[in-house]
Design a protein around this ligand. Sequence first.
Ligand code: FES
Ligand SMILES: [Fe+2]
Length: 382
Amino acid sequence: MERSTELELIKRVLAHVAHKSTDMAAASSSLPVSRYYDQDRFAAEQKLIFGQLPRAVAHVSQIPDAGDFITLEAGEQPVLIVRTAEGGVNAFLNVCRHRGARLEWDAGGCGRKRFTCKYHGWVYDPDGALVGIPGSEGFPELNRDIHGLTRLPVEIRHGFVWIHPDPKGDLDVASYLGSLDQELSGFDLGRHIQFSPRRFPRKINWKLVIDTFLEGYHVRTAHQDTIAPMFYDNIGLSDQFGLHQRIVFPKITFGEMIDQPEENRSLRQHANVLYILFPNTMILVQPDHMGVFHGYADGIDGVVVDASVLLPEAPATDKARNYWQKNVDILFSALDEDFELAEFVQAGVKTAANEHLTFGRMEKGLRWFHENVDRIVDGQDN
Ligand code: FES
Ligand SMILES: [Fe+2]
C-alpha cells in the first residue's frame, strides 16, 4: 500500500472515530432470499463466475519444492497444482485422459515424480505428459503427445497461485486486480509461510461466506466473547475496486494516533485491513501476520472454506509456535461464530419469514458484492 493511501485511510478512520460514524451507502438496499437457494441462479454462478474468472487457489509456500502438489475442488473443477523442477507451477484439471477418472486423490504431497491413475494405471509426469500406459498394445493409434493432462492457465502473483478455470482462458492477474495489484505488492505476501491450515465444511451457500466478512456491524454482538473487545463498534471503511473490495476495521487503539505526527502513524498497527478478491478469496492483513480464506461451493447450500494464516517466517521455537497458534485459535473461533450464524441464515432464507434480506447503509459491502454477482449472472458483463 502506498504511504499516501495509508495516511489518507488513517485520516478517514480518525474522522469516523471522532464522530462515531462509519462509511455508509446513500440508502439501504435489499436482496431476494432466493439468491441463496435458487438452482438456476446457482448454476449460472458456477458457469459464469467460477467457470470464467481468475482466482487465487493456493499459497506458494504450500508447494515449495519440485514435485510438491496439492489438489482442490475449485468451483466444480478438480484441479491439480504441481511445483515444477524449474521452480514454476503447473495447473491441470485433475482428470485422467483415458476415461476421465479423478487422477490424484491425496489433498497434497511432496516430491512426487509420477501421478498414476487408480482406475487403469495411466501415468503422468509433473509436466502433465502421459509417460505410461499399462497394456499399451491396446492403444495402437493413441497419440500420447495430445493426451497429456489438460492444462489450466496459471500464474504466481503476490505469493498466490492463481488459475483461470477455462483451459482456453486468458489469465492476467495484474489487470484482474486493477489498482489493488499495486497495493497488494506492498505486503510481501510471497515471502510469507502458510501456518495452521484448517478446512471448514459448512451448510451454507458460498455467498454467505463472503457476506460474513463484508461488514463490521455484527462484531459487537456476534463476537462479544471473542474479538469484539478489540475493535470499535461499527466503525470502518469500505472501498470498492471493480469487483474487489477493501475494508478497514479499526482497533480500539486507533484513536491514539490522533496526537501522533504523520510519520509515526501506522494503519496496520491499529487496524485489520481486509481484501475481498472476487469471487471467493479474502486476505485479512493484521499487524504481524495475515489470515487467508478461500470458499468453494459444495452444492447450492454447502461450502468448504480453506482457512489458514500466513506468517512472515516459519516459527522456529515452541514459544513462537504457541504464540502464533493462539492467534490462529482466536481467528478460527471468530470464524466458527460467523459460520454458525450463517448456517442459521441459510436455514432461515428457506422459510417464509422473508422475501428479501435488508442491507443497512453500513452494510454497503454486501450490496456491492451482490450487485457484482448479479451483474455477471444477468449477463451484463458478458
Ligand atoms: S481412467 Fe485413468 S487410467 Fe483409465
Ligand atoms: Fe465475523
